[in-house]
Design a protein around this ligand. Structure first.
Ligand SMILES: [Zn+2]
Length: 146
């Protein structure tokens, strides 16, 4: 097998040039190793693991920014709820999963939990404020339509 030094695609021995990278060199596995380049199957061992999910793209973006600011490689991708999801969660809406490399899972999970708690707290405070406003309105005897 030979590999393209630019994109890492795998090729048969007789191939002379990568179909995607004109002019780039094809080398064998040893050549890749010498250049410090990952082979396609080795690259797959660096798995990205889901550490969280978001129900809307803005939250997903927020999570990504948070992890990026902590120097954690991260990406999010939209998922369409499959039949199984609808059956188990009853949620037919798309959602976004947040993925980080294996070695960052623990830290990323902790950060996201923190962020999630903060978001919920903010939402809770807003609800509480609205409730208090309502109560105050009653106390001061806001005129009603009667
Ligand atoms: Zn290539």
């Amino acid at each position: 097998m030979k590999y393209c030094v630019s994109c890492g695609s795998e090729y048969q021995e007789h191939v002379k040039e990568c179909a995607d990278c004109p002019g780039s060199e094809l080398v064998d596995a040893e050549g890749m190793r010498q250049r410090g380049l990952p082979l396609p199957h080795e690259r797959d061992t660096r798995e990205f693991i889901r550490v969280g999910s978001a129900e809307d793209p803005l939250t997903a973006e927020d999570f990504v920014r948070l992890l990026e600011s902590e120097k954690i490689p991260v990406f999010s991708r939209p998922r369409r709820a499959g039949t199984v999801d609808v059956l188990t969660t009853g949620n037919p809406h798309p959602w976004w999963e947040i993925l980080v490399p294996e070695e960052h899972v623990q830290r990323a999970t902790a950060l996201l939990e923190q962020e999630q708690a903060q978001l919920e707290e903010t939402a809770g405070e807003a609800a509480q404020a609205a409730e208090e406003e309502e109560r105050e309105g009653e106390q001061t005897g806001t005129p009603t339509s009667s």
